[in-house]
Design a protein around this ligand. Sequence first.
Ligand code: ADP
Length: 178
Amino acid sequence: MKSVVINKITIQCVLGDITKQPDIEAIVNAANAWLKPGGGVSGAIHRAAGPELEKECKKYSPIKVAEAVITKGYNLPNKYVIHCLGPRYGIDKPEEELLRRCYINVLNLADKNKITSIAFPAISTGAFGYPIKEATEVAISTVFELLKELKHIKIIRFVLFSKEDFEIYLKEIEKLEE
Ligand code: ADP
């Protein structure tokens, strides 16, 4: 795990599974438009949360690209799940601005709900094909720009599923210390 503290907010990156972050209040789902289980992060979150999550999700679906909605966490160790639809690389344009909007909308929604800790997966970098290096730069720079506006969030954690992705986040977070 790597941590840096900026404006009294701790930014972390860890190698691991987004469904196994028991010390975090809200986890972010790299959702599909219909908020159905599907594969990747979404499949893992729905499996861990149980069928009640899909029931609540039905009320809000479909969602648009970069839109964020909040539900309870059910059987997850987290109180909330914030579902956000990332852009499909090469299809939903402009993808960089849309990915930026994902992080902004999720953080604003979390802060509005007085959430103090949140964990993100690398949105759009799986089935949606966004290259990890470019997506990481967007994620970190957007979060950094938003820090001074956040009133409640104290911990922002990025959870990476592979060693390669973790190393890329590590490098980008180290740049914040310079
Ligand atoms: P998207 O459709 O937005 O691309 P995916 O769920 O396919 O979302 O993948 C997003 C990223 O999350 C990928 O880098 C993938 O390797 C990673 N990932 C997959 N499962 C998990 C998990 N359980 N915890 C954390 N990250 C995961």
